[in-house]
Design a protein around this ligand. Structure first.
Ligand code: FMN
Length: 206
């Protein structure tokens, strides 16, 4: 089978398989603050780390409509800070609730029954109880090309200014995946739990 992007139906596939084949994707659960001091929380699976030193991350925001952007993008552009909260198995339901359509300024922490915990380097809070969180300052916004309908995505790049890890998920100096079970986004309505972990060395590594 071969087809061009968005031509999956002509190829006999009822649903776009792109996110299923680029899977698993980590979920960046993005907390942000508007210039009116309102707090926002929403998950983004077009998310990843870009580099280690300096530590940089990105997430990509779909336009709500050709002329309306999502709250997370608006806030990061307004105040220049965000927190990437890491989603473990225990955070799944709250993460899903926070993806609902709430009016601008309506705090998803409250809707999802979550605590706001002060960050160390920025004014945006992290989610209480998460296994880890990355405090970030806005580095750059990169608008991606629009599609034929005027839709599209905007990529937000941030520089990590602080790293929180729950001491309970550290074992022998390493992050213990089994202590929180990272959740990933697959395609369709599918999610993954990271559980089957193996080690390997690169050629030449001891
Ligand atoms: C697991 C998951 C991953 C998501 N990933 C994205 C994404 O990468 N980009 C995007 O624009 N929306 C994504 N969404 C949808 C947003 O979370 C949703 O539109 C949310 O209401 C946006 O909130 P905001 O306007 O407060 O930023 C995702 C939803 C879920 C449940």
């Amino acid at each position: 089978m071969f087809f061009k992007p968005m031509q999956h139906k002509a190829a006999g596939l009822p649903h776009n398989p792109l996110k299923a084949i680029v899977s698993p994707r980590p979920i960046g659960w993005i907390a942000s603050r508007g210039s009116d001091a309102s707090i926002n929380l929403a998950p983004y699976s077009f998310f990843n780390a870009l580099s280690e030193d300096p530590a940089m991350v990105m997430f990509s925001v779909q336009l709500d409509s050709p002329d309306h952007q999502k709250d997370s993008l608006r806030n990061v552009e307004e105040t220049g800070e965000f927190v990437v909260n890491i989603v473990g198995e225990a955070q799944f339901d709250a993460m899903n609730i926070s993806s609902g359509s709430f009016a601008y300024g309506d705090n998803e922490f409250i809707h999802a029954g979550l605590d706001m915990v002060d960050s160390d380097t920025i004014s945006v809070p992290r989610v209480g109880g998460v296994p880890a969180a990355l405090e970030c300052v806005h580095y750059e916004t990169l608008p991606l090309p629009r599609n034929a309908e005027g839709g599209g995505y905007t990529m937000v790049i941030g520089t990590v200014t602080g790293i929180y890890i729950d001491d309970a998920v550290i074992k022998d100096g390493l992050v213990d995946y089994h202590a929180f079970v990272p959740i990933s986004r697959l395609g369709y309505r599918d999610y993954g739990r990271t559980g089957d972990i193996f080690m390997a060395s690169r050629p030449g590594q001891e």
